[in-house]
Design a protein around this ligand. Structure first.
Ligand SMILES: Cc1cc2nc3c(=O)[nH]c(=O)nc-3n(C[C@H](O)[C@H](O)[C@H](O)COP(=O)(O)OP(=O)(O)OC[C@H]3O[C@@H](n4cnc5c(N)ncnc54)[C@H](O)[C@@H]3O)c2cc1C
Length: 474
């Protein structure tokens, strides 16, 4: 029997465990596999609370369906019929600017205008801003193909206004990142690829739209799951966590097992667990945040640890508020709004959760979630709960004229919990992979490396498990 230890029960560790389960089940692989989780529950950043008819996500609330690995895993785990998309009737997103909610113009494809009229008539951008965005059609492509920041790229191609009103709140917001330091290649590589191929982003997006329309004339491949860019699970995202564990009966899942150290022991690895217990393994998947992994690996694998230390993390907090429907004056027709940095609010975005997804609140209540902190200013995320509630309610009053008292307000902190992919991130990850070659049997997985979204973490965990299978059966 080959022993495999997975450390960390977030979605990456769980995806690795499930892939190893498949190997044991389908190919009789002689693996003895254990997953160690420090906390008192599995799921890591994925955590769902249910009470009084509410489904409240503490961390992620959905995942993108265009990257298929999330939807595919749900199907494999028997959750296909629980996938739900966003509610079609509310699909508008707003930008809070100049003291008003301005709808995002139709036809914006990841901030690039692909429809002329809605863009021209949109009050979101000034005329000089619109003309500057249109200059993308004529600006030559950048020489060289090195990484650059999102801010530098957007300023160069579309101008400052596109950066301030769209790219920073919408795109950097997804990563809780500062666009001035955020890697374009590791977050939105398609922009760099589009520039390399078509020179202009607008021409590239139009060409892609044409291809999609032509493909639309051919019979459509059957796409599993709801037809929606973002999907979630009917009863909350932790259904994915529970199903991954339930459908991996040959893996031992142990919670309350905090890894305290990891050492080489001949051909094996020795893991010491807090409380004096230890175990040995032929292969170890460290599926932890890089800032935790670096400390644990420092004594035995300092070359890898040193590089992991270079991956920064920032703090964010999510503040969820519920209101009684009958007292609530705002119609919440949309998915919510984003807030450009210089609009005088401390919240960076607000999701109108009960409008975006069905079943998140009982019919007589509405549910919203506001975000603070991140790479462009994390101090707000360190305030205490009372102060955060006060700030958020003040911002909701200014932006949405919400005067009502919430039925509840819950603050969820992610202290140093948001990984930052900075310019040069993919070269750093390549160098980590190269350093790992000198430490056979040691593998890393998780959001720190090649994608932070749930589907990326699932792919990364699955691929890491495949590398382990190859290593142990070679
Ligand atoms: C607030 C927030 C909102 C997000 N929203 C979305 C979203 O809507 N859609 C989306 O796709 N992605 C979203 N993400 C990103 C995504 O949720 C994460 O990137 C992903 O869940 C990380 O998974 P992971 O397995 O890499 O790590 P984690 O989930 O961090 O799991 C690591 C696990 O390791 C455990 N651990 C730590 N130290 C030890 C130790 N010493 N020994 C043993 N175990 C240990 C932890 O307890 C944890 O369970 C969001 C992230 C955050 C923070």
């Amino acid at each position: 029997m080959k022993k495999i230890a997975i450390v960390g029960g977030g979605v990456a560790g769980l995806a690795a465990a499930h892939r190893l389960q498949e190997e044991i089940q389908n190919n009789n692989a002689p693996f003895d596999c254990v997953l160690l989780e420090a906390g008192d529950r599995f799921g890591g950043k994925i955590a769902t609370e249910r009470f009084d008819g509410f489904i409240v996500e503490r961390g992620p609330d959905s995942f993108i369906s265009q990257k298929p690995w999330g939807v595919e895993l749900c199907h494999k785990l028997g959750l296909g019929d629980q996938l739900i998309g966003t509610q079609k009737e509310h699909s508008q997103t707003f930008v809070y600017t100049g003291g008003k909610m301005v709808p995002m113009p139709e036809g914006l494809s990841l901030m690039v205008p692909t429809q002329f009229l809605p863009f021209v008539f949109s009050p979101l951008f000034s005329w000089p801003g619109k003309i500057r965005m249109g200059l993308d059609l004529f600006i030559p492509r950048r020489a060289g193909n090195g990484d650059e920041s999102l801010a530098s790229f957007v300023r160069r191609r579309l101008g400052r206004e596109a950066l301030v009103k769209m790219a920073e709140p919408m795109l950097a917001g997804i990563y809780s990142a500062n666009p001035e330091t955020m890697s374009l290649h590791s977050t939105f590589p398609m922009f760099a690829q589009t520039e390399a191929k078509y020179r202009s982003l607008i021409l590239g997006m139009l060409a892609r739209k044409r291809q999609v329309m032509l493909a639309g004339k051919a019979p459509k491949p059957v796409k599993p799951g709801p037809d929606s860019l973002f999907v979630t699970l009917r009863d909350g995202l932790d259904s994915l966590v529970n199903a991954a564990i339930e459908k991996s009966p040959d893996v031992t899942f142990r919670k309350g097992q905090k890894l305290a150290g990891i050492f080489r022991d001949g051909d094996q690895w020795k893991l010491s667990i807090e409380g004096d217990e230890s175990l040995t393994a032929d292969a170890v998947i460290v599926a932890l945040p890089a800032n935790t992994a670096s400390g644990l690996l420092q004594p035995c694998v300092p070359d890898v640890a040193k590089r992991l230390e270079e991956i920064p993390y920032v703090s964010t907090a999510a503040v969820t508020l519920a209101y009684a429907q009958k007292e609530f004056s705002h119609p919440l027709r949309g998915f919510g709004f984003v807030v450009p940095r210089d609009e005088g609010l401390r919240i960076t975005a607000c999701t109108w959760t009960s409008s975006k997804y069905a079943g998140r609140a009982p019919d007589d209540h509405v549910l919203m979630r506001c975000y603070v902190g991140g790479g462009a200013g994390e101090e707000t995320a360190h305030l205490d709960e009372n102060e955060l509630e006060r700030i958020v309610r003040q911002d909701l009053l200014k932006s949405m004229n919400v005067r009502e008292t919430p039925a509840f307000c819950k603050v969820y902190y992610n202290r140093k919990g948001n990984v930052q992919y900075q310019v040069g991130h993919s070269a750093l990850v390549d160098s980590i992979d190269a350093a790992l070659q000198s430490h056979p049997g040691l593998f890393l997985a998780g959001s720190a490396y090649r994608g932070i979204g749930i589907p990326d973490c699932i792919l990364n965990g699955t691929r890491t498990a495949e590398s382990v299978i190859q290593y142990l059966t070679k």
